[in-house]
Design a protein around this ligand. Structure first.
Ligand code: HEM
Length: 198
């Protein structure tokens, strides 16, 4: 079952599956020649601590929440119809002629179709860290994503979200980091050994 984030929506539906080795090879592991040699077979990790203004979100109507995400809250189905794992249809219009998945919906802007096919392996962790100085919940999503090249994956997706995502009204990025994750160690060796080879 897909876990939910603190907005109450299923998070991870359209994620790359670890078992889908073809997709993982293409989008997650660094291939030879792509980066420094010692990174071949490794991955780049982007992490963001994203504060979510839960109180404001909880005051908004269900219809607004579903518009912001582009999926239904109960099932996680795309607003264009179907069930959780149906592909979203971004062209489909409602009876009033406007797209069923809003132009500023998070899933529209984050989708590979909008980002030259860029895909991330996401792993989100919810955090709840007491209250802030005004008594609001200090909570959100510790977003982490693995990819073979952040310059063509995380960065363009995040720039698109930063400009237009309807979710921006309810979130604030408060921390950011990027890590080079070298490949696993061979028998008798250690992580990062490639850094010290000629
Ligand atoms: C607090 C912040 C965030 C929340 C609450 C959130 C929530 C969601 C939800 C509910 C979905 C739909 C279900 C799914 O497919 O997983 C989704 C999809 C997605 N999100 Fe986020 N997200 C957040 C931040 C981000 C960030 C920072 C990025 C990358 C820059 C991102 C990239 C994606 C991608 C790539 C998808 C899949 C789109 C698709 O292929 O349909 N999200 N997110």
């Amino acid at each position: 079952m897909t876990a939910r984030n603190l907005f109450g929506f299923k998070d991870g539906t359209a994620n790359v599956k670890a078992e889908d080795t073809t997709e993982i090879e293409e989008h997650v592991w660094v291939p030879k020649g792509d980066s420094a040699d010692w990174m071949t077979g490794g991955s780049y990790l982007v992490s963001r601590k994203i504060r979510m203004t839960i109180e404001t979100w909880d005051h908004s109507a269900l219809r607004e929440q579903e518009r912001v995400i582009g999926r239904t809250k109960a099932e996680g189905a795309p607003s264009s119809g179907g069930t959780e794992f149906t592909e979203p249809d971004f062209a489909k219009e409602g009876s009033d002629g406007s797209p069923l998945i809003d132009a500023a919906a998070h899933v529209r802007l984050a989708h590979p179709k909008q980002n030259d096919g860029a895909v991330l392996l996401r792993r989100g962790y919810n955090f709840v860290d007491g209250n802030d100085e005004l008594g609001r919940l200090n909570a959100g999503l510790f977003f982490i994503a693995f990819q073979r090249d952040p310059r063509t994956q995380f960065v363009p997706i995040q720039l698109r979200l930063a400009r237009n995502d309807a979710m921006n009204e309810y979130v604030r990025h408060v921390g950011s980091g990027i890590f080079a994750v070298p490949p696993g160690a061979k028998n008798g060796s250690y992580i990062g050994a490639g850094l010290f080879e000629n």
